[in-house]
Structure formats: C-alpha cells, structure tokens
Write a protein that binds this ligand. Structure first.
Ligand SMILES: Nc1ncnc2c1ncn2[C@@H]1O[C@H](COP(=O)(O)OP(=O)(O)OP(=O)(O)O)[C@@H](O)[C@H]1O
Ligand SMILES: CCCCCCCCCCCCC/C=C/[C@@H](O)[C@H](CO)NC(=O)CCCCC
Ligand SMILES: [Ca+2]
Length: 500
C-alpha cells in the first residue's frame, strides 16, 4: 500500500467524519506506523492497535435520527505505573464505503506486523498464588486474545511439572508462535525448563556440559501473573497485571533474557532467571513450603521467622567478574588467589544472592539489584556477610525505600559471568576466615577452628527462582539471551501517556 493511497484515503476520511466524538486528523509515516490522532491530542500507533471493527452506535443514531456508520479502534492505553489497558476510540462517518476502507486499511496494516503471535500454547496453574489462575485467564486475558484474533490451545495443569513434561516431550512446537504461562515464578520455571530442555534435545546439546553452547529458544514466553511473588513478570514489565501482560503479548513485544545454568560436579541441576539465593532466601523458601496453604502470606511469615533465627553460613564463593566491572568503585574486594581472572572469597554469609535481573516485585519495587540488566550476559552476585540483626534489618529495609542497600560494610556486590559456591565442611575448613571485614567491630579474625566448628557444619539450601535445589555446592554460568519474553523491559515513565 503506497503512501499516496493512504494520504488520499485519509483526506477523504477527514472530510466525511461526523466528528461527534473524535475528529480523525491523520498523520502518516512511511514505516507502517501511521498514526490516528484524536481531538484530545492522543496518538495511536498502528503497532499499538489491538483490533479494529465496524460497529453500530444505535443510541447515537436514534438521538440524531440518522444512520451512522461507526468503526472502533481498540488500542493500548497507558495508565499509571506501567499499567496498560485496552481502550476504544470510536469514529463516526456517514459513508459506508469510507468506513469499510478504513477498517480494511487498518487490518492490512496490522497484518504486516509479523512480530505479532497468531497461535499460542497456554498453560494455567490453577493452584498458584491465590488459586485464581483459571479465573484470571478466562475473565481478563482470553477476551483480549479473542479480540486480537489470536488462536489458543489451553492446558490447565493437573500436577506439578505437567507443563514442563508436556513441553519437553509432547507439544508440537511448530504449531505455535509462543508459550503463555499463567501462574507465578515457579510455573514460569516449569515452562523455561520444558522449553530450553526440548530445544537442546532437538539440537543434540548435552545440558550436563557446563560449557556447552546452548541453543536459544525461538518461541517467546508470555507471563500472565497469577503467583505469589511474580518477580519475573514485575521486573520485565514494571507491574504484575494480567491485562498488561496480555497486551504485551498481543502487540508482539520481544525481550531477550539471560538464563543461568546451575550444575553440581558436572551434572545439570536447574536454570534460573531471577534469584539464586543461599542462606536467607533459601531458608525463607524452605520454611515457606511448609505453609503453602497460607498463599502469598507464607513468605511474610517465613521471612519474619528466618530474620529472627539470624543464621549465617560458612563457605567459599569464587567468581569470574564481567569485563566492564573490573575496578568498580563499590568493589571492596582485594583479589586474593586469582586464577585466570577468578576471585575467591572465604567467609560467613547471611545471604549469597545472585540476581540475574533486578528481581523487582511488589514486596520490593526496586528489587534485589536495582540496576541489574535483563540481557547483558551477567548476574549480580550480592554477598551479605555475618553482621548484627539490626544491621541486617537495615539492609532489608533498604529494599523497600530509596536508600542504597549495598552501602553497608557487610555487603558487597559484583557483576559476574560465572560463579561457584562450596559450603564449608568441618574437615576442609580453612584455619582462618581470611575475608572477614577489617572495619567491622564485631568481626574479629577467627583464630581457632573449634570456635567456628558449629557454624561450619550448618548448611542452608539454594532458592532457585522459588524452587529448592538439592545440592549446596554449585557452579553457575550465565547463558546470554537464551530466551525471549513477550515483554519490552520497563518503559521510561515519561513515555507513558496519561488516560484521557
Ligand atoms: N496442577 C498443579 N498442581 C499442583 N502444583 C502445580 C500444578 N501446576 C503447577 N504446579 C506447581 O505449583 C508451584 C507453584 O506455582 P506458581 O509458581 O504458579 O505459584 P506460587 O508459588 O504461588 O508463586 P511464586 O512462584 O510467584 O512465588 C510450581 O512449582 C508448579 O510446579
Ligand atoms: C523490614 C521489611 C523488610 C522487607 C524486605 C523485603 C525484601 C524483599 C526482596 C524480595 C526479593 C524477591 C526475589 C524473588 C524471588 C523469587 O524468585 C521467588 C519465587 O517467586 N520468591 C521468593 O523466594 C520469595 C521471597 C520472599 C522474601 C520475603
Ligand atoms: Ca543479567
């Protein structure tokens, strides 16, 4: 369709619109993004149109005692805090033919947007979060997909790992443009494992090889949040709202994302995209699994209990820093036993967290590592050393306000490509904890093995995106941009339009 033809059609339209609601003053761009603008100064990009359809405005026709031809454009309207809504703008015109031409042209323009999915495979976890997955999908998401003309095959899972196994072994992936997960981070993890494992199997890649070059997934994943934390959704969209997610899927957004592969002695354990946490977050998760019946509140209860128990764990962390992070001013680390770029730290830690994305969620809107990037091939390794309860409380509190949670003597953060962790075993424990912070008043160097023996026998577990890992000694490697989501990262707030 040529620019001239557009232009002619638009002129015709401006002449013929009745203008009762919105005048159609139209501007054009050559790159498929011709805009519809209303008298309110609002602009609708074609790439943000959900659907267009002819309708009848009977009430208005009766009031005016005339037959009006009407077409409605449903489009993405940005409201507050990254929320997207589907809004309608209605155009009236007296001429049936012009109206049909408009609908046809807009539909033609939409069909040129090849990034939009047409067929989706949807998995719903009916037991995630507050057990509202099915209702959320039927009431809020399915109508948006229907409106956008997207075909769906829907599977409501019957057991844990149903979705993972179906993707791994049964699903005919060629039939779909994407997979949609209705649930929380645990459900996302199932989809991730099913999809990544299937692709590697199809390409003959052995996931047990920590250095294997994994094949990226061509299918994008959409997340309809219906879980307890929904951190992957929140951190990639800025909100955990089902309609917003559905609209990001409809417009065909694409956000590449890093995935960490976790191995134990050369055996593949799990993938992680958000948090790998040993100590505090591992203990919170272990305790919370006993109280699943409490729903999302289980994390608050277990968080409180774990905070009170104030455990710390001995271990050795080794990591390979990302190139551009060498010499970071916040880096309090002096390289000890460097081995081809690896740094080694022995210590006692309240928490060891690896955040491959910000991990923003409603509990902590800026997340565990606010400036972590989604697709840069790195993960932020946060080491929280043994400190007083009050200090740890201050650190936690800073996740909820604007203060810098890394600005404590007992916290250090490194942007890394790989890391390893080895818990201390009594027979292997070093004689001295060489990495204790010298400025710390309550951390005098430990001189006797006996004094620390009890600490060193205790082990925590790893929280891997909300799942417990059954090994504590792990090797982690970031796989740059292994998957893509139907998301676009968090938009700058000034780009958002306020509702008219
Ligand atoms: N039909 C099912 N019956 C029981 N468990 C299921 C079923 N389908 C999926 N699961 C499991 O439920 C677990 C929790 O699901 P989900 O992540 O959706 O919710 P959540 O744990 O409440 O939220 P979050 O992970 O965001 O904290 C997942 O580990 C998933 O494997
Ligand atoms: C004094 C008030 C202090 C409040 C401090 C709050 C700090 C919250 C940081 C939240 C970080 C969430 C990281 C995301 C982890 C998810 O992969 C995982 C699965 O859904 N959720 C949890 O493990 C659940 C983790 C829940 C932790 C409480
Ligand atoms: Ca990253």
């Amino acid at each position: 369709m040529s620019f001239l033809y557009h232009h002619k059609l638009m002129n015709l339209c401006t002449c013929n619109f009745s203008g009762s609601y919105h005048q159609a003053a139209v501007t054009t761009e050559l790159n498929r993004q011709f805009n519809l603008s209303t008298e309110h100064g609002q602009t609708v990009k074609v790439c943000e149109i959900v659907a267009v359809h002819k309708t009848e405005d009977e009430a208005d026709a009766q009031a005016r005692k005339t037959v009006l031809v009407v077409f409605a454009v449903s489009y993405v309207r940005r409201t507050r805090q990254h929320l997207w809504r589907c809004a309608d703008v209605t155009f009236h015109c007296a001429d049936q033919q012009i109206c049909e031409q408009w609908v046809q042209v807009i539909n033609e323009q939409l069909s040129l947007l090849t990034n939009r999915p047409k067929n989706l495979l949807v998995y719903i976890n009916p037991y995630g979060g507050k057990r509202r997955g099915e209702r959320i999908y039927e009431q809020k998401v399915a109508p948006v997909f229907r409106q956008a003309g997207i075909f769906t095959d829907v599977i409501v899972t019957e057991r844990a790992n149903h979705a993972r196994d179906h993707l791994k072994m049964e699903a005919n992936l060629d039939d779909y443009d994407g997979v949609v997960c209705v649930g929380g981070d645990g459900m996302f993890s199932e989809i991730l494992h099913g999809l990544v494992t299937r692709i590697q199997t199809d390409h003959g890649v052995d996931q047990n090889q920590p250095d294997a070059e994994l094949v990226p997934c061509s299918l994008r994943i959409g997340i309809i949040p219906a879980g307890s934390t929904d951190c992957i959704c929140f951190a990639t969209q800025g909100t955990n709202d089902p309609v917003t997610s559905a609209l990001h899927i409809v417009v065909g957004d694409s956000q590449p994302m890093d995935v960490c592969s976790v191995h134990h002695n050369g055996v593949f354990l799990k993938y992680s995209v958000s948090l790998l946490g040993y100590g505090f977050y591992g203990d919170v998760l272990t305790d919370s699994e006993r109280n699943r019946w409490l729903g999302p509140a289980r994390y608050d209860l277990s968080g409180f209990k774990t905070f009170l128990s104030h455990n710390y764990y001995g271990g050795t962390v080794s990591f390979l820093p990302a190139d551009d992070n060498v010499g970071h001013p916040r880096d309090k680390l002096q390289c000890r036993s460097g081995d081809r770029g690896w740094n080694v730290i022995h210590g006692k830690f309240i928490a060891i967290n690896s955040a491959s994305m910000s991990c923003a969620c409603p509990r902590s809107p800026k997340g565990l590592s606010p400036s972590a990037h989604l697709a840069d091939g790195t993960t932020d390794l946060i080491l929280v050393r043994k400190c007083s309860r009050l200090d740890f409380f201050r650190h936690l509190l800073r996740h909820t306000n604007n203060d810098d949670q890394f600005d404590h003597w007992f916290v250090e953060v490194h942007r890394v490509r790989k890391f390893r962790f080895e818990p201390w075993h009594p027979d292997l424990a070093p004689l001295e904890d060489a990495s204790e912070h010298p400025e710390s008043p309550d951390l005098s160097p430990i001189s006797s093995l006996q004094e620390t023996y009890d600490d060193r026998t205790a082990e925590s577990s790893w929280n891997c995106d909300g799942e417990i890992l059954h090994h504590t000694a792990i090797q982690v490697s970031v796989q740059c941009q292994l998957i893509r989501l139907f998301a676009r990262g968090i938009e700058e707030q000034q780009d958002a339009e306020v509702a008219v």
